[in-house]
Design a protein around this ligand. Structure first.
Ligand SMILES: [Zn+2]
Length: 102
């Protein structure tokens, strides 16, 4: 399954690790340690500073676009959790972190 290598400092995302095998997990441009996101992560446009600040805020709080359980849904035979949708704005992100940090 694909994943994305992201430099939150440069606001860049790369798919998989093609060409980035020899840099010890650090950005060649700024030296910042990369963050690894799963394929669900949709990187904002580079000039969308606000959107990237939300991504960074979530990452600092331990949310790296992994599945987060939301509501428990019961069916006749079994139950399951739905996954949350990741917030887009900083206000939503702050609520999200409070709600889902255990
Ligand atoms: Zn960088």
């Amino acid at each position: 399954m694909g994943y994305k290598i992201v430099c939150l400092n440069c606001r860049k995302a790369f798919s998989n690790n093609r060409g980035f095998n020899n840099n010890f997990g650090k950005c060649q441009e700024c030296g910042e340690t990369f963050v690894y996101y799963n394929h669900k992560f949709r990187p904002p446009k580079r000039n969308n500073i606000k959107a990237w600040s939300v991504v960074k805020f979530l990452q600092q709080n331990g949310f790296i676009y992994q599945h987060v359980n939301d509501k428990y849904v019961k069916t006749r035979q079994y139950g399951y959790y739905t996954y949350t949708v990741y917030p887009k704005s900083m206000a939503e992100a702050k609520e999200f972190v409070i709600k889902f940090t255990k």
